[in-house]
Design a protein around this ligand. Sequence first.
Ligand SMILES: [Zn+2]
Length: 239
Amino acid sequence: MSTEELYLMNPYLRKCEATVLKVEKVKGKRAYLTLDKTIFHPLAGGQPSDEGFVVGGNGVFEVRKAVKVEDEVKLLGFFKVGQLAPGDHVTCELDWSKRYKVMRLHTAGHILDYAMMKFYGRLVETLEAFHGPPEAYLVYDVESEPEKSELERIVSEIVSSSLPVFVRNVPASELQKTIYNAPNLSRLPLREIYRVVEISSVNAMPCTGTHVANTSEVGSFSIKSVKMVKGCRIAYDVE
Ligand SMILES: [Zn+2]
């Protein structure tokens, strides 16, 4: 069985209809729920899990976490009301305010990669990434501290240029001619098809996350802290 990941083609989908494939009880009212389709993005690629609700005729399930296990996205949470069973028809609803903030933070993170490249005059690899609350951050593989105000200036310029963000699936044979300004390629897992996120004229890189459609949606970008610890850890936020 597998789960269709609707957010890969439409990250703006806040609601969807689905069918329950599996219910695995954990303890008490806690369970893993597997659906045939999902709008809940799992914890992956530096992006935190989505949260929300799955509502059926016989029960309401609160989603606290989503995890991808092979071809399935399992939703970990608990039954607030009643129960759900395989075959049940359900409506899924995202905690949209959390997800939309994550989309803005994730796109801002890709723009920060570009700002780092401009600042150092070369591609800079990332050692760690987290694009969500309570604190979004990136750890870059550099030995000297960048200038915070210069990075903020470069990111803000891209944001205010209202550049479109495209998502496309490309076969492995076409990956090299599709991507540009993309760090971390040595760590790329082997795939037949890659999902490439392109911020027009900024960078195009393999990424499975959810992004805004235009850089203007990122809003006001600021760097909260810059710390040199096994690389350079930059905490950032968007308002
Ligand atoms: Zn990404």
